[in-house]
Design a protein around this ligand. Sequence first.
Ligand code: F3S
Length: 387
Amino acid sequence: MYLDPDEEKILAGEKGETLQKMLELLIALGKVFGAERLVRIRSAQVSGASYKTIGEYGLAWLSSLDARAAVPAVLNPIGMPRGRWQEMGIEPAFAAQQQAVIAAYERLGVILECTCTPYYLHETSFGDHLAWSESSAVSYANSVIGARTNREGGPGALAAALVGKTPCYGLHLDKNRNPHVIIEIMADEKDWGIARYGALGYHTGKLVGNKIPYFRGIAPDRDQMKALGAAMAATGAVALYHIDDITPEAKKNQFNLSGLEVIRIEPAEIDQLFSDILVDAVAVGCPHCSPAELIDIARLLKGKFVTKPLFVFVAQGVIDTNINTVNEIEKSGAKVFADTCMVVSPAMERYPAIMVNSGKALAYVPDMCGAVARIGSIEECVAVATS
Ligand code: F3S
């Protein structure tokens, strides 16, 4: 793999042992995947931030590192809202370990914003090279924005953040971004909301695995695309998709679609994912809510009070710029929490059945929280939480 003179110095240990080890890790990854060089990145998003997922060994490894991030780098959601963990029912022992993880990342110069929606906080543009970890963020960056990132593991993303570069392979290269399969939606989707797009993603991910789908017959907005991509990345391993005449690369490129397999999806295949089981709590914001989603939730909750716990998950930076809307939501008794989510927080494990409006959460809640999951529209979620 080609290294420039600066990279050679890092590899020789002239810039410290941590950077040397991090570059060795990136080179090893690059060799496995056939990268010819490293590429400079605009930002990193690092998973492995919840103590629930990394445990004591992960914390010990992080604490042993000594370097500073070379590019803006944020974290994936952690196990609790940093400022309000008591309100979420987090055990003090867990909170102490989680705070130690956060302190370790802070020492490395990582920005303490813990979110799967970094694109709401840091400008990310078409063609940018990134090293992001969280699968829904990766899908959004590649598909909706037209940026370029592989789905990095936590250590690979952290190494990229510290070195400021990542191996140039996979989705960083044009030749690997062409569609593999056409998905035709045999329904009028004009009235579909976020949950229905999440359900479509849940179903499609199972059908396509890690192929790049090219959708025909849908015209989702950005929040709906966020839900679609998040769910496909959860039930499949879809890191990039295109939508005819909607996503930037589908608009810009004349992809050669001839000869591709065509999968047709009927409305009944999506309908069957919706059930009416009784639930103990409702959780929305997977991926973390956009400002528009917060406004919608506040509108639906106006004049109502929750009778079941209703959790809304969002980035702290989005709370800060939408504080009036957040206050409106919390007047109902709902909780708007930053930094964490229904999947990575141990607090959600106390509810046997959880309602969500997300295809990704529908896929992950059973395994990660040991709960039954039900999907419904945001209107249904609010109705169940306030009935
Ligand atoms: Fe984000 Fe947690 Fe969902 S990390 S995509 S809210 S599972």
